[in-house]
Each structure stands twice: as C-alpha cells, then as structure tokens.
Ligand binder design. Structure first.
Ligand SMILES: [Zn+2]
Length: 249
C-alpha cells in the first residue's frame, strides 16, 4: 500500500465515517423524536415539586384530560411498580375525589390516574360525613391536594335505594345521608321512586350539589382554603354508559 492509496483509503474512511455519523445523527434524531412521542404518553409520578406547581384550575384540567384519554382508550403509559417505588417514601397527590363505591366508577381508572396521583374516598352515594370531611382535610390541608371533586354517577343503586326508602341493616343509616337530596328534588309527583329514571338522576345531581355545599358548610378548614384559592371544589357526574365525566360545579 503506497501513500496515495493510503490517502484515498483515508478519504474514503472519513467519507464513510462522515456518512455513518450523518446516518447516526439522523437515527438519533428519529430516536429522540420517537422518545419524545413516547414521553408525551408517559405518566408523571407526582413529587413535592410537581404538586406544588399545580394550581386548582390545572388539577381540574388534568382530571378532564385524564377522563378524555380514558374515553378514547388512549391512557398514559404507566409502570405501576416503578410508581410504587417512587412514592414509597411519600405521596404528593394533586386531587381528592369523593366517589361512590360502584364497581363501574373507579376514580383512578376513569380519570386515567396512577399510583400517588389522587386521594380516593368512596362511599355508597358519594356523600360526606365527619369522617370523610376529616379525610378531605387531611388530603388538602396536610398532604397538599389542590382540588376536591364530588363525583356522582348515573344509575346509582344507593340513590335508588334512598328514593325507595330501602331498609336493610346498616344501609338504612347510610341511605339517610342521601335522603335530604332526594327530598330537595321538587316535582316528579307522579313517580318519586327508582322506577322513574329522570327522578333518580335529578336526585343524583342534587346529591352532588348538596355534598359540595356541605363540604363548605361543615369544614371551616376546607372553606377557608377554597376562599383563598388554595383548593378548588367541583361537582361531577360519571355516565356509566359512556365513561364520560361531566363537571357540574
Ligand atoms: Zn352509586
């Protein structure tokens, strides 16, 4: 191999290497954009910093977007065990949801949320009593949640039970918490039972509205936080037929 050949080889090598570099660069930018696309679909595990940066309005928007993803079947990618590890030392949820125990209305699923994202209080008929108010005070005043959502749902058996004055063990007392909402619905005089779907839904809507009011009335701590804009308070209704949540207050 003489010097000229070597030079040609070197030139070819550099050319090749340059080509490879360009290809590699093109590949990495493709990989990067693919990664960005994946990153956009990956869930963020809440930390003290991310929680602190979320406003009540942003928290509401996050739940709306989460429900939209759920309805579209476009849920974020989550490594739940990775989230378990990341949150083991502390939790920083951005919202607290009071929902029904109904098997079709899982708060985390219908809002597309993961480990450490939301506090969930679930009770038949999604009302509040002293214990649930205490839980919400913990969620917001002690643990930093920015939003409380009272989430009712359509076709709620607890609301139907309250409409029909069902008597059954401890459930009788549970349903007594919902009866003020049923009584507050005017009209429907021809049929105020669970056979009247419109009446049942009116009672479910009223129950959400009264529960939001009751949180303000019965928790000076939460009312104070809401009045200062530190937390938001919202009502919502989940449709068990469509998977959609409609925010009402
Ligand atoms: Zn229910």
């Amino acid at each position: 191999m003489n010097k000229n050949t070597l030079d040609i080889d070197r030139r070819n090598f550099i050319k090749k290497a340059g080509g490879t570099l360009i290809a590699a660069a093109a590949g990495s930018s493709l990989a990067l954009s693919t990664m960005r696309a994946h990153a956009a679909q990956s869930a963020v595990t809440q930390t003290k910093q991310t929680q602190a940066a979320i406003t009540p309005q942003a928290a509401l928007q996050m739940l709306k977007e989460g429900n939209a993803r759920f309805v579209q079947g476009n849920m974020l990618k989550r490594d739940l065990m990775q989230q378990v590890k990341a949150t083991g030392g502390g939790q920083f949820p951005f919202a607290a949801i009071v929902g029904c125990i109904d098997s079709r209305a899982s708060n985390e699923l219908i809002f597309d949320q993961g480990i450490g994202d939301i506090f969930s209080a679930r009770i038949a008929g999604n009302f509040v009593n002293d214990d649930i108010l205490g839980s919400l005070e913990f969620a917001c005043a002690a643990a930093g949640a920015k939003l409380i959502v009272v989430l009712g749902h359509t076709e709620c058996g607890a609301i139907e039970g309250a409409c029909d004055d069902v008597v059954l063990g401890n459930l009788t007392q549970t349903l007594a918490n919902i009866k003020p909402a049923v009584a507050a619905v005017s009209g429907y005089d021809s049929d105020r039972t669970s056979k009247n779907n419109q009446f049942v839904q009116a009672a479910a809507d009223k129950n959400v509205a009264l529960t939001v009011e009751r949180i303000r009335e019965r928790s000076p701590i939460l009312r104070g936080m809401a009045d200062k804009g530190q937390i938001g308070l919202a009502g919502a209704m989940y449709d068990v037929h469509t998977g959609k949540v409609k925010f009402t207050a």
